[in-house]
Design a binder for this molecule. Structure first.
Ligand code: MN
Length: 254
């Protein structure tokens, strides 16, 4: 049976990153694109429950949805492709990196999370930078990792978060398997007055910093490597679990 690949993103159906990914993966199997009809960056893992959703067929195997990246994967797997589950979900190529704690806000990573929750091996691919994107570099690595996952699969409940430096392919130093990095907090919110004299606030006005942790996603990317982080959807802190058990037992007996 032929390989089915489902693609989505959070930058929307018109993003060049989505089409670069489509072009790159179309030789690996039958590719379906189901993506939000507009930019849904930082929509995290939101699922639309309070209104109906519409799917528009743009062309053969390419669909837009007036919802979030999570809606797209959910509708694709449980609706459009319900006769046979995709073998792989790839989300991206996002314009901008998804590193460290920021992945909890990311629509790109959340589309891969939804694929993972539905039991499909999933990859999120992001390209660093703000403009002049080298999609060909990210596409090259997306194909390598898609091939790997199609052949070897992934543990249940684990996805790959891939970040590619915005460099010419020849300038990339290689691939590093990394851990999730850590963001620096405390950046100010921008507070200003609107034309009607009311206060408004703007989140994320400043460039955010990260801690330089060895072998973290951010450090690898800064050094010119492609960062590949295995991300688990089980958020349980197993180290703390046993201490908490003891602590709460003692509280009960006190
Ligand atoms: Mn985005």
């Amino acid at each position: 049976m032929s390989i089915r690949i489902l693609i989505s993103n959070d930058d929307g159906i018109n993003s060049e990153g989505l089409y670069a990914l489509y072009e790159a993966l179309k030789d690996l199997g039958e590719v379906f694109v189901v993506a939000p009809d507009r930019d849904q960056s930082a929509s995290s893992h939101a699922l639309t429950l309070h209104r109906p959703l519409r799917i528009e067929e743009i062309s053969k195997n390419i669909y837009s949805v007036d919802g979030t990246p999570t809606d797209c994967i959910n509708l694709a797997v449980n609706g459009l492709l319900k006769d046979r589950k995709p073998n792989l979900v790839v989300s991206g190529i996002n314009k901008g990196e998804n590193l460290g704690d920021d992945i909890t806000y990311s629509g790109t990573v959340s589309a891969a999370m939804e694929g993972t929750l539905l039991g499909i091996p999933s990859i999120a691919v992001s390209l660093s930078g703000k403009d002049n994107f080298h999609f060909e570099t990210a596409s090259y690595y997306a194909v390598i990792l898609a091939r790997y996952v199609l052949e070897k699969s992934l543990p249940l409940g684990t996805l790959l978060n891939v970040n590619v430096p915005n460099l010419l392919k020849e300038k990339v130093k290689g691939v590093k398997v990394t851990r999730q990095g850590k963001r620096l907090y405390g950046e100010p919110i921008v507070e200003n007055i609107d034309p009607r004299g009311r206060k408004y606030y703007w989140i994320g006005g400043n460039e955010l910093g990260f801690l330089d942790i060895e072998n973290s996603d951010i450090t690898a990317l800064k050094q010119g490597y492609v960062s590949v982080t295995p991300i688990k959807l089980d958020l349980t802190d197993y180290d703390f679990l046993n201490k908490l058990k003891l602590d709460l037992k003692n509280l009960e007996n006190a």
